[in-house]
Design a protein around this ligand. Structure first.
Ligand SMILES: CC(C)(COP(=O)(O)OP(=O)(O)OC[C@H]1O[C@@H](n2cnc3c(N)ncnc32)[C@H](O)[C@@H]1OP(=O)(O)O)[C@@H](O)C(=O)NCCC(=O)NCCS
Length: 141
């Protein structure tokens, strides 16, 4: 069993540890406590956690980010020993409810082309590839 709640600054060390073992970490800049603190300062509701009700350990996460214009989902992750129990589904539903309350009409996620498992999870929640767009990126430092 698990419960969902928003993260607080006290959760930051556990989240960083959780992402090391549970998240998709390929091709991304290193996570940092400062970056997480900055996220929670800017939007305290953005980081949603799934917590195991027995052990009180972190078993899932998603960032539901609203930049004032678009609604993006990041860092969907579920602990390896807790997968296929509907935790990602619950996290995505919770994030979408947050977006809808803020006025969203759509939500999007970045998914690696080779991450077939993640694609299955997003597909199951109704997400589809937008074939006519690509992500354009420029490093700022
Ligand atoms: C992708 C991930 C978040 C899915 O989490 P989860 O809690 O296991 O997902 P759910 O139990 O909610 O599964 C929902 C549906 O997604 C699909 N799905 C999930 N994992 C799957 C798998 N390994 N193979 C095939 N389909 C899968 C299924 O349709 C599933 O429904 P079902 O169990 O009724 O068949 C998890 O595997 C994970 O953390 N992977 C590593 C990190 C990652 O890649 N994150 C995504 C970044 S974009």
């Amino acid at each position: 069993m698990f419960t969902l709640r928003t993260a607080t600054p006290d959760d930051i060390p556990a989240i960083l540890e959780f992402w090391q073992t549970s998240a998709e970490n390929a091709g991304r800049p290193q996570d940092s406590a400062d970056a997480l603190k900055s996220l929670l300062d800017r939007d305290p509701q953005a980081l949603i956690l799934a917590v195991d009700t027995d052990g009180h350990t972190l078993v899932g996460s998603v960032i539901a980010g609203f930049d004032g214009w678009r609604y993006h989902l990041y860092r969907l992750a579920v602990a390896p020993g807790h997968r296929r129990q509907g935790i990602a589904t619950a996290l995505i539903d919770h994030a979408e409810n947050r977006f809808s309350a803020l006025g969203a009409t759509r939500s999007d996620a970045m998914v690696l082309d080779e991450n077939v498992t993640a694609q299955s999870a997003w597909w199951a929640r109704g997400y589809r590839v937008q074939e006519d767009w690509s992500r354009w990126v420029k490093p700022l430092h």
